[in-house]
Design a protein around this ligand. Structure first.
Ligand code: HMG
Ligand code: MG
Length: 299
């Protein structure tokens, strides 16, 4: 299959990135990060999540973040919502797009959202109904698509079955999450092959954590399989609190560098993106996890 001309990047650092940071980040710093990312040209930014503050304290201020964001018609600011309560809180905060998140493995589902896979899918149904009534688009995630921290191996069939359910209930797109970052390109290829048995490629996205340094290779394998949407996180921020040792998503700067080298457009400006990553790393007093940001020499 030939490579696409354009790739849509979904920037997840304000959510997937910051949810895993031990150090508290102020609402103003979160808003500044999101505004910096949109100034760099990112058109879809996952800006927060409406989950239990007891479970993920860093996301507790998501309503305040949404209240302060400047509304741009050409930028989607989305939020994670695990159930109807989260969805209603998101709605009250003015969120216009949400994501529900399920797991391909029972062990991770229990640890992450305290219920089985089928219970989680049941909890999403009223979210879908209410979202449709309010004209809100819903994205779906499947976690642990290439391995689970509690169960080890996950088969492509397990992933495909959960992804099908999410599409059938009305998600416009399903993002396949390698939460642990253990996947390799051949496993990625087999996974996409299985999932596209019923779901068109245009409704799939890739979400690769870079724990084992395989994320760019997995994105390249996905591109060759016809996937055109990828989630990434500036400066490689983040991880998942329920996947011990998992590092952040692949760095947006590194994905952009690879895509540019492949002649693929994204609409994102590298210098501004790097500046956004450097600024938040300074706030977090953390090393920038993007190799490109470390090596970048402005021309
Ligand atoms: P639970 O304790 O099972 O919920 O949590 P419950 O229904 O039994 O309710 C218990 C209490 O939580 C009640 O409050 C509810 O009101 C409250 P109380 O009466 O005790 O005062 N509650 C909520 N509060 C705020 N927001 C809500 C909400 N729902 C109930 N939405 C729940 C279930 C899902 C809420 C909890 O397990 C949770 O918040 N888990 C955190 C999940 C999370 O954010 N994980 C990280 C994101 S997923 C991820 O990173 C993977 C991804 O990146 C893809 C990949 O990499 O693979 C997406
Ligand atoms: Mg993730």
């Amino acid at each position: 299959m030939s490579l696409p001309r354009y790739v849509r990047l979904v920037e997840v650092s304000p959510r997937d990135g910051l949810q895993n940071e031990a150090r508290p980040v102020s609402t103003l710093d979160k808003v500044r990060l999101i505004e910096d990312l949109s100034a760099a040209g990112l058109k879809h930014i996952e800006a927060g999540s409406f989950v239990s503050a007891k479970w993920v304290p860093q996301m507790a201020g998501s309503a305040e973040v949404f209240a302060l964001l400047s509304r741009q018609t050409d930028v989607i600011h989305s939020a994670l919502t695990p159930n109807l309560k989260g969805f209603e809180d998101a709605l009250a905060a003015g969120v216009r797009e949400v994501a529900v998140f399920a797991s391909a493995s029972e062990g991770f589902s229990r640890r992450n959202i305290n219920c089985s896979i089928s219970e989680s899918l049941e909890r999403f149904l009223p979210v879908m109904v209410s979202a449709q009534r309010h004209g809100i688009r819903v994205r779906g995630y499947v976690s642990c698509v290439l391995g689970c921290p509690y169960e080890g191996k996950v088969t492509p069939q397990q992933v495909s079955s959960v992804a099908n359910e999410l599409i059938d209930m009305g998600c416009y797109e399903v993002s396949l999450g390698d939460t642990l970052g253990t996947g390799t390109p051949e496993a990625t290829r087999k996974l996409i092959d299985a999932v596209t048995g019923r779901i068109p490629r245009s409704k799939l996205a890739g979400h690769f954590h870079d724990t084992y340094g395989q994320a760019l290779a997995n994105i390249y394998a996905s591109l060759l399989e016809g996937i055109e949407v990828f989630d990434s996180s500036v400066a490689g921020l983040g991880g998942c609190p329920y996947a011990q040792g998992a590092s952040g998503n692949v760095a947006t700067e590194d994905v952009l560098y690879m895509l540019t080298g492949l002649g693929i457009e994204t609409g994102v400006d590298m210098a501004r993106l790097i500046a956004a990553g450097q600024r938040i790393c300074k706030v977090l007093e953390r090393r920038n996890g993007s190799k490109v940001a470390q090596a970048w020499q402005p021309v």
